[in-house]
Design a protein around this ligand. Structure first.
Ligand code: SAH
Ligand code: SF4
Ligand code: F3S
Length: 444
């Protein structure tokens, strides 16, 4: 039996897909690179914007056409769309709508006897990691913030944190396997709140390790992992500005293993829009936070997410976003055109900004971003940076990333995949660097 996998959306979906693959593998399914060869097609979906959902609808319709011509195929839809009642009600041709939290029920749903092991929570399923040197490790799922535009709290449910013991165990195994980069994942990592209760006997034996039990929040967990021995980088996604604490800044500043990269979504540069979005901070507070971060972590790269065309966003309010972009000088930004999502608070507000105007605002921010990112990157020319080699390009070309998540191109005739290398930067673009390999030391 062969399966084909479609993955949309955020890193959490990439990580979920690795757990789905592990379960399918244990049931004897093999992955295929051609959808046409598959007996089973799985969609790991995203609902954050309508466009992401539309693509899935299109492919499911095509598969239905193939099936009406006699192709035998099972379709599973999981991820965030599977939790939208409207999708489940209207989409035909899907055999199983799977709530990812019910991953343990997948064998039964496929009519296969489950393995011996009972899976407690889906996050305790051991993933089949896609990559041999970079691994995503979810530390929490869900969201309690209810930003007015956002569907995530409705589809992912309330915040749930994994126990530090479970997270640390997964990370230790990855380090042992030689993983070079660990990325801790959560919709809002700073809301990480492990239960303090010690339940199982396993935890009781571990309780001797008093350090472990002192993990009560995200900075504790991050610092604990940063101090494990091994040769790896550590980073995390994503931080809500209202929850990023001084303690976290301190932990990043004093642990060189933690990547100086912070994704700090601002969403809007205007106080009234921020209020309507239910973001719970002002532009001034956000700026102060960025200032504090830059002061404590001078080499930091900051990226953001922003929405253009939120209901009622006037030209003047949009210009406040432009101004903020100029002020903040972001390294990177994810620009999003507002898309109303059924069931969210802002879906009830009038979508006043036209598609063309959203497009224009998107482009205007993109221009500012290109300029600030280029200016920052130009300062790196001549410097020697540690990079992790991620991909091979054509002939001797390699693609690597810096500790600040910037792409670096360089050439070498050695196989450097998954290795740390020192690169002297020779050229800078807005979203990329070029350089020459200084040596190929396999150490940080
Ligand atoms: N937890 C993260 C965001 C997760 S969603 C945070 O709090 O920042 C990823 C991004 O999608 C958001 O940062 C936002 O910019 C964008 N987004 C969410 N809902 C959207 C919508 N309805 N329309 C357009 N963009 C949206
Ligand atoms: Fe969505 Fe806001 Fe939660 Fe982020 S913090 S996932 S934008 S509701
Ligand atoms: Fe999309 Fe769900 Fe992630 S809506 S962004 S896949 S949490």
């Amino acid at each position: 039996m062969k399966y084909f996998l479609y993955i949309y959306g955020c890193q959490m979906n990439i990580s979920d897909a690795e757990r789905i693959e592990a379960v399918l593998g244990s049931l004897g399914y093999n992955k295929t690179k051609l959808c046409d060869d598959a007996d089973l097609v799985i969609f790991v979906t995203c609902s954050v914007r309508q466009s992401a959902e539309d693509r899935v609808w299109g492919i499911v319709r095509n598969l239905n056409r193939l099936r009406s011509k006699g192709k035998k195929l099972k379709v599973i839809l999981t991820g965030c769309m599977a939790l939208r009642k409207e999708v489940v009600r209207k989409m035909t041709g899907v055999d199983i709508f799977l709530d990812i939290k019910d991953l343990n029920k997948l064998p039964q749903l496929l009519g296969i006897k489950p393995g011996k092991e009972e899976i407690e929570s889906y996050l305790s399923v051991k993933p089949k990691y896609e990559n041999k040197f970079t691994a995503y490790v979810p530390i929490m799922t869900g969201c309690n913030n209810f930003c007015a535009y956002c569907i995530v709290p409705y589809v992912r449910g309330r915040e749930m944190s994994r126990s530090p013991q479970e997270v640390i165990k997964e990370v230790k195994e990855l380090i042992k396997k030689g993983y070079k980069e660990i990325i801790l994942l959560g919709q809002n990592v700073n809301s990480y709140a492990p239960e303090l209760k010690i339940q199982s006997s396993e935890l009781r034996t571990r309780s001797k390790n008093s350090k472990l039990l002192k993990i009560t929040d995200f900075p504790d967990l991050l610092e604990y992992i940063a101090q494990l021995s091994g040769n790896f980088w550590l980073s995390f996604l994503t931080s809500h500005p209202k929850d990023l604490s001084d303690k976290l800044i301190e932990v990043i500043a004093k642990n060189p293993r933690i990547c100086p990269y912070i994704n700090l979504p601002v969403q809007a540069g205007d106080d009234l829009i921020l209020k309507k979005m239910n973001r719970k901070y002002t532009v001034k507070q956000y700026k102060l936070l960025v200032k504090k971060i830059r002061k404590s972590i001078p080499e930091v790269a900051i990226s953001t997410d922003i929405i253009v065309g939120f209901p009622g966003e006037s030209k003047k309010q949009f210009l406040n976003s432009v101004k903020l972009f100029k002020d903040m000088k972001y390294d990177m930004a994810y620009l999003n055109q507002y898309s109303p999502r059924e069931g969210t608070a802002s879906a009830k507000m009038k979508d006043t900004v036209s598609h063309a105007e959203k497009e224009r605002r998107d482009k205007e921010l993109d221009k500012v971003l290109n300029k600030t990112a280029l200016a920052i990157n130009k300062k790196l020319v001549g410097k020697v940076l540690d990079v992790l080699v991620e991909r091979k390009g054509k002939s001797d070309l390699w693609l690597a990333k810096t500790k600040t998540f910037k792409v670096v191109k360089f050439t070498s005739d050695k196989n450097l995949l998954g290795k740390f290398v020192k690169i002297k930067i020779t050229k800078a673009k807005s979203f990329g660097l070029e350089g020459d390999s200084v040596d190929s030391l396999n150490s940080i």
